[in-house]
Design a protein around this ligand. Structure first.
Ligand SMILES: Nc1ccn([C@@H]2O[C@H](COP(=O)(O)OP(=O)(O)OP(=O)(O)O)[C@@H](O)[C@H]2O)c(=O)n1
Ligand SMILES: C[C@](O)(CO)[C@H](O)COP(=O)(O)O
Length: 233
């Protein structure tokens, strides 16, 4: 596969993990004796599709991440950059270091992403212009007012929970981030920024196991998933 057909990846890992409630930021907690962020990076590092990885961390974590990357023998992390106050700013800082035409953005705390799903998301982006992984929601979703009353029940058949990775043409995503910043718009994912530029984004069905480790019960599930992987592995 030549360099032109390969993709750059921004892995964001500069959050505080406040919902996890641990002293250590959640992305550095150990699973099977290895920091969660290293589990995530390894998946991308091993894929021939991936040309380069930019890791975005807290400024105080750059050095220890560099140490782990060397320790675990990762070869594709070309830069480790300090992130911003919000996820959106962290992604933008990572994007500035990417050299490929296409880029994928992934949460450092989604270590169970499967290579086949990454590949499918990227291939769809090449065809459609942009693509995100997602799963159909399983629960009935209600829109609820500030006073706790149900206002609406959207048709579940059209509702998807959006995951990462998300794949874009680098120039589109940079423009979308710069426009959002200029407009003071804060999105909770990257596709929101691209959608508001009028760029269509395709949805690719992902896997329910691609959880974002967010709260303490997610850690128990993650430990179970790793054990299961070992047994099947
Ligand atoms: N300023 C930020 C905030 C978040 N992230 C990253 O974005 C991903 C998804 O965010 P989330 O799960 O919300 O992480 P936190 O912001 O750390 O969690 P919390 O909201 O509970 O503090 C994580 O990999 C996180 O490290 C980031 O790089 N920079
Ligand atoms: C990007 C994301 O993971 C898609 O589900 C999610 O929106 C991140 O949100 P968070 O509030 O930063 O966890």
């Amino acid at each position: 596969m030549d360099t032109q057909n390969r993709v750059g990846v921004v892995v964001v890992s500069a959050g505080r993990g406040s919902r996890m409630g641990t002293r250590e930021s959640k992305q550095y907690l150990l699973l099977e004796n290895k920091p969660i962020i290293m589990h995530t990076l390894e998946v991308f590092d091993r894929m021939p599709l991936v040309h380069e990885i930019v890791l975005v961390t807290g400024a105080e974590d750059v050095e220890r991440c560099a140490g782990w990357i060397a320790h675990y023998g990762l070869r594709k992390v070309v830069n480790i950059v300090p992130g911003g106050k919000e996820r959106q700013q962290s992604v933008y800082k990572g994007l500035l270091e990417i050299s490929t035409e296409w880029v994928m953005v992934h949460d450092g705390v989604r270590p169970f992403i499967e290579p086949e799903r990454i590949e499918a998301c990227y291939q769809k982006a090449l065809l459609a212009g942009a693509a995100v992984l997602a799963v159909p929601v399983k629960d009935t979703i209600k829109q609820v007012s500030g006073s706790g009353m149900i206002e609406a029940t959207p048709d579940r058949r059209s509702l998807w929970a959006i995951h990462t990775p998300q794949a874009f043409r680098l120039s589109d995503l940079l423009k979308a981030h710069e426009q959002a910043e200029a407009d003071g718009f804060a999105g909770t994912d990257d596709s929101m920024l691209v959608e508001r530029m009028g760029i269509p984004v395709a949805v690719v069905e992902g896997s329910y196991t691609n959880i974002k480790i967010t709260t303490p019960e997610d850690l128990e599930y993650a430990a179970f998933m790793l054990k299961r992987g070992e047994r099947e592995g």
